[in-house]
Design a binder for this molecule. Structure first.
Ligand code: S3P
Length: 443
């Protein structure tokens, strides 16, 4: 992974215009690599995210015995080894910056009788893994960490005879749910995950796409109960990856805050478990339309038309957080350019993302002249319809902080400087070039 530090500044820009397609969805790309590796035979993926998170996950799947090849532009081919068929890797699996790749792969390895070492960069080494290890140990995996509190690097010995469980994750996390379901593939009987709040359902959808039996039922006011029938024969099926709504949120918010802008974002996934930001922006007064709604690769997609809009502050309820968990940094930027207070509730999970995103988002705003407070787990932004800019933003190895800060600079009075944009490569290769193409001044 290219760790060269890449500082960049974003300056007040003229109207942003154009029609663009952001890269493939990260959640779906990573799942297609891991599930493809657990399938017997050939899976073809198109529209793959070719960012570093996907590349490190692809390398891990190779090290576990799958054949993973790039066959063309955004086109990949995987020859899977089947559920429980992973080979023991010779070297530690290095997931770089990717929490999702690492945690989902832990689930897949937990159901195989092999030993593997999991590692990652300094950001990933600081993130909590206990939340994943707890259920996987219940299923029969054994783990040994070098540091306290379940941090990487750690060694996992997968279960020879994994045990199905009924698990209720203590936090709303698609990663925990997915890890349990992937381990459950190798267990006999039914593995069940009960979520208090529904999280992104790409694992469930893709398991079904590959022929597994998965039942999804409502549970409580906002939750779901997901049941997987173990030991299925996963059958390869092609995957078409839609454009990533989390990546789309950066040019989208840029168009909302740069006067005169109008953009079309093509083929963006509109799975309701991912579009809390779109709902929130509409409540703030955003002109955001879905054109040509269709289904691609089993997911709803649409072309989004977004126009510069006068925004107003809103309250964002805590129960919406799972559907927009990665979008708060850029929502905070939109809130700065809105008139009035935006209160985003229930953001505890932001503290354990690629960085402490709650603190990093608040610092990004504050350093650029926006009044912001953290109250408990809430982020409160006092929008004045403008931002002074002129600040330096520390990205803390976090791609989304880097992109949010650059978006902010496109509409601020003075330039916004970002200390390091190298990590943008993890999720959005070509971000800087795309933003320049639509008229963003980045240098
Ligand atoms: C992801 C789940 C989310 C999200 C991450 C991707 C996934 O994490 O922040 O970027 O693909 O399952 P949590 O499930 O831990 O909230």
């Amino acid at each position: 992974m290219d760790q060269d530090v890449a500082p960049l500044a974003a300056r007040r820009s003229g109207a942003l215009k154009g029609r663009v397609r952001v890269p493939g969805d990260k959640s779906i790309s990573l799942r297609s690599l891991i599930l493809g590796a657990l399938t017997v035979g050939e899976t073809r993926i198109t529209g793959m995210l070719e960012g570093e998170d996907a590349l490190s996950t692809a390398n891990a799947m190779k090290a576990l015995g799958a054949t993973v090849e790039r066959t063309g532009d955004l086109a990949w081919r995987i020859m899977g080894v089947g559920v429980g068929g992973f080979a023991e890797p010779r070297a530690p699996l290095d997931f770089g910056n990717s929490g999702t790749g690492c945690r989902l792969a832990m689930g897949a390895v937990a159901g195989c009788p092999i030993t593997a070492i999991f590692d990652g960069d300094a950001s990933l080494r600081s993130r909590p893994m206990r939340r994943i290890l707890d259920p996987l140990e219940k299923m029969g995996a054994r783990t040994r960490e070098q540091a306290d509190g379940g941090r990487l690097p750690l060694t996992m010995q997968g279960a020879r005879d994994p045990i199905p469980v009924v698990y209720e994750p203590p936090v709303a996390s698609a990663q925990i749910k997915s890890a349990v379901l992937l381990a459950g593939l190798a267990a006999p009987g039914e593995t069940m995950v009960i979520e208090k709040e529904a999280t992104r359902d790409h694992t469930e959808r893709m398991l079904r796409h590959f022929g597994a039996e998965v039942r999804v039922e409502p549970s409580g006011a906002h939750g779901r109960r997901v049941t997987l029938k173990g030991q299925p024969e996963l059958v390869p099926a092609p995957i078409a990856v839609p454009a990533d709504p989390s990546s789309a949120s950066f040019p989208l918010v840029a168009a909302l805050i740069v006067p005169g802008s109008e953009l079309i974002l093509e083929g963006v996934m509109t799975n309701p478990l991912r579009t809390g930001l779109f709902t929130t922006l509409r409540e703030m007064g955003a002109s955001l339309e879905e054109l040509d709604r269709r289904t691609e690769g089993g997911e709803d997609v649409a072309d989004l038309r977004v126009r510069f809009s006068a925004l107003k502050g809103v309250e964002v309820p805590a129960e919406r957080a799972p559907t927009m968990i990665d979008e708060y940094p850029v929502l905070a930027v939109a809130a700065s350019f809105a008139e009035g207070t935006t209160r985003m509730r229930g953001l505890k999970e932001l503290r354990v993302k690629e960085s402490d995103r709650l603190a990093a988002t608040a610092a990004m705003l504050r350093n650029n002249g926006v009044a912001v407070e953290i109250e408990g787990d809430d982020l409160i932004v006092q929008g004045k319809g403008r931002a002074a800019g002129g600040g330096l933003v520390a990205t803390h190895m976090d791609h989304r902080i880097a992109m949010a800060a650059l978006v902010m600079g496109l509409a601020s009075e003075k330039a916004v400087n970002v200390d390091d944009t190298a990590f943008i490569q993890t999720s959005f290769p070509g971000f800087v070039a795309m933003m320049r193409r639509i008229g963003g001044e980045l240098s």
